[in-house]
Ligand binder design. Structure first.
Ligand SMILES: [Zn+2]
Length: 300
């Protein structure tokens, strides 16, 4: 079943631009979904959207890399290589933010590769992962430290709570963020990474931009929305950092959607060029933003 939304899921405004876009699910169902935009906070969201209990079939495809530990094809290898580098850079950022390792909750931890490395670096880690397959893999690495729901996790007083490419998947976004903030220490950091529909790669690939990823991505966040997010939850936005590798990966997927019959070599070259161009354009042209950003918030 699908549900129709009449108020912005983030700010609650009823000033909505209807049918802002219509986007196809290229990865799984091939169905089309309507996307609306909130006039108050600029949030872009799928509407109507599959209900929480009915969205699982849209996640059933082999290439949902973040829920497995990887395949053998070149795209998986590139993805895994980028992921390893991203892990190192995320851990560096966390240490920079917090100084010595502390208590860290990763919400939507996937197969727990990130927090597993975090644990080796001295962090006291917990992870939440609703997907059963990913949960099992994560739980093998970190038994007793992974939970399927936030309610199952009795730990509180985290120094860091992170959501890397997760916020866009959460149906009850306001309730979840409120519950997470209850578990965050005062002066603790909330870290959120999300794709950005104002990026040059989104503008290039238009409806075939892989960042839309409907209906799995329920929302899309321009940076103005994330600034509003900070105000809604009384958080200080202290830093925004671009994720420079995401433009390449999103471009590669978008190339497959836009031109499925092109040769692999042509696809990789086009994606490389597009990713590079996207990063340069986002850095130099104030009309655009980076393909994905990490937003660092601090609880007062
Ligand atoms: Zn809104």
């Amino acid at each position: 079943m699908s549900e129709e939304i009449h108020q912005c899921p983030l700010c609650g405004s009823s000033h909505i631009i209807k049918e802002f876009k219509r986007i196809q699910d290229y990865a799984v169902s091939q169905e089309s979904f309507t996307i609306d935009q909130c006039q108050n906070c600029d949030l872009i969201f799928t509407n109507p959207r599959p209900e929480k209990q009915d969205i699982a079939p849209y996640y059933e495809f082999e290439e949902y890399y973040s829920h497995s530990d990887g395949g053998d094809d070149l795209v998986s290898k590139i993805y895994q290589g980028v992921k390893a580098r991203n892990i190192r850079s995320k851990l560096k950022d966390l240490e920079f933010l917090h100084g010595a390792p502390g208590k860290w909750l990763d919400y939507g931890c996937g197969t727990a590769e990130l927090i597993n490395q975090g644990k080796m670096a001295g962090w006291e880690v917990s992870g939440i992962e609703p997907n059963s397959n990913a949960f099992s893999l994560a739980n093998t690495k970190l038994p007793g430290q992974i939970f399927q729901t936030l309610d199952d996790c009795s730990e509180t007083s985290f120094d860091i709570i992170s959501l890397y490419h997760v916020l866009e998947h959460i149906h009850d976004i306001r309730e979840t963020i409120k519950e997470l903030l209850n578990k965050l220490k005062s002066r603790g950091h909330l870290i959120i990474a999300v794709p950005n529909p104002l990026s040059p790669d989104s503008n290039k690939y238009q409806d075939q931009w892989a960042g839309w990823d409907v209906p799995r991505h329920l929302y899309h966040f321009p940076s103005s929305t994330m600034e509003e997010f900070g105000k809604i939850f009384s958080l200080d936005l202290i830093r925004i950092q671009p994720m420079l590798f995401d433009s390449f990966y999103v471009s590669l997927l978008s190339e497959s959607y836009q031109n499925p019959n092109q040769s692999n070599i042509s696809k990789y070259l086009s994606a490389f060029y597009s990713g590079l161009w996207s990063n340069i354009k986002a850095s130099s042209d104030s009309n655009f933003e980076h393909s994905s950003n990490i937003y660092y918030f601090r609880k007062p």
